[in-house]
Design a binder for this molecule. Structure first.
Ligand code: IPE
Ligand code: IPE
Ligand code: MG
Length: 248
C-alpha cells in the first residue's frame, strides 16, 4: 500500500453491495447462490476495513424497497442475515468490532429484531471498527421518521420550529453520532443511490465499480481506497492540494 493511501484513509466508508443476482445468473446459478457468496465478500471487507484503520463501515444489506422482491428471495436474504449474525457475532466481538443497525425497526419480524439488538448490545463497548448494518433501510423513510419526531417535539412545546437546525436533524436520523460517509462505493456497475444515505451523502465521494458484489475483495477495496486518496475534496471551499501540472 502506498503512503498516499495511509495518509488519507477515509474515516467512514459506506458500500451498496449490489450485483449478487447477476453474479449468480452469469454462472447459471440461482440468485440465492449470489447472496451466499456475497456474505463471504462481507467478511473479507470487514476484515480489510479494520486492518487499514477505517473507523466506520456501513453496509447496505436490505433496503426498505427490497420487500418488493419475491417472498422466497426475501426469506433467503433474511435467513442469510440471521445466519451471519449467529455465526459471526462472537468473532466480530473478538475483533473489537462495534455493531450498529440503521433502518426502520417498527414491525420487524420477531425472529430478526432480537438478533439485531443482541448484536448491538453485545458489542456496544467495542472500540475498533464500527460496522453499521443498514437493514430495512431507506433514506426517505429515515428522514420521514426524523421529521415526525421533531414535529412531535414542536407540537408538545418542547422545541420551537425556528430552532430546528441541520445538526438537530442529524441527531434524529438513524445515523445519529456516526460521521457522514467520506466514500460511498457501489458495485455492479449501477450508478445510483437507491435511497441510501441521501442526507448524509451531501459531500461524500462516490465510486462506482463494475464488479459484482460477490467478486469484491480486499484488493478491489484497497484499489478503491487508493483512488479515494487521490481525490480533491473541497466542501465548497478551495482546494488545499497543489494543482496538477497541465498535461500530467
Ligand atoms: C444485492 O444484490 C443484494 C441486495 C440488494 C440485498 P442484488 O440481489 O440486488 O443483485 P442484482 O442487482 O439483482 O444483480
Ligand atoms: C440496493 O440495491 C439495495 C442493497 C444493496 C441492499 P438494489 O438492487 O435493491 O437497487 P436497485 O433496485 O437496483 O436500485
Ligand atoms: Mg441489485
Amino acid at each position: 500500500m502506498s503512503d498516499l493511501l495511509f495518509s488519507t484513509v477515509p474515516e467512514h466508508v459506506a458500500i451498496i453491495m449490489d450485483g449478487n443476482g447477476r453474479w449468480a445468473s452469469a454462472r447459471g446459478l440461482p440468485r440465492t447462490m449470489g447472496h451466499r457468496k456475497g456474505v463471504e465478500a462481507v467478511r473479507e471487507t470487514v476484515r480489510a476495513a479494520g486492518d487499514v484503520g477505517i473507523k466506520y463501515l456501513t453496509l447496505f444489506a436490505f433496503s426498505s424497497e427490497n420487500w418488493r422482491r419475491p417472498e422466497t428471495e426475501v426469506t433467503d436474504l433474511l435467513g442469510l442475515l440471521k445466519a451471519f449474525i449467529r455465526r459471526d457475532l462472537a468473532e466480530l466481538h473478538r475483533q473489537n468490532v462495534r455493531i450498529r443497525v440503521i433502518g426502520d425497526r417498527n414491525n420487524l419480524r420477531s425472529d430478526i429484531l432480537p438478533l439485531l439488538i443482541e448484536a448491538e448490545e453485545t458489542t456496544r463497548a467495542n472500540t475498533a471498527l464500527t460496522l453499521v448494518i443498514a437493514f430495512n433501510y431507506g433514506s426517505r423513510d429515515e428522514i420521514g421518521r426524523a421529521v415526525i419526531s421533531l414535529a412531535k417535539d414542536v407540537e408538545a412545546g418542547r422545541l420551537r420550529a425556528q430552532d430546528i437546525t441541520p445538526a438537530l436533524i442529524d441527531a434524529r436520523l438513524d445515523t445519529a453520532g456516526i460521521p457522514d460517509p467520506d466514500l460511498i462505493i457501489r458495485t455492479s456497475g449501477e450508478e445510483r443511490l437507491s435511497n441510501f444515505l441521501l442526507w448524509q451523502a451531501a459531500y461524500s465521494e462516490f465510486m462506482f465499480m463494475p464488479d459484482y458484489w460477490p467478486d469484491f475483495s480486499r484488493d478491489l477495496f484497497l484499489s478503491a481506497l487508493e483512488r479515494y486518496a487521490a481525490r480533491d475534496r473541497r466542501f465548497g471551499g478551495l482546494s488545499v492540494k497543489p494543482a496538477a501540472a497541465v498535461g500530467s
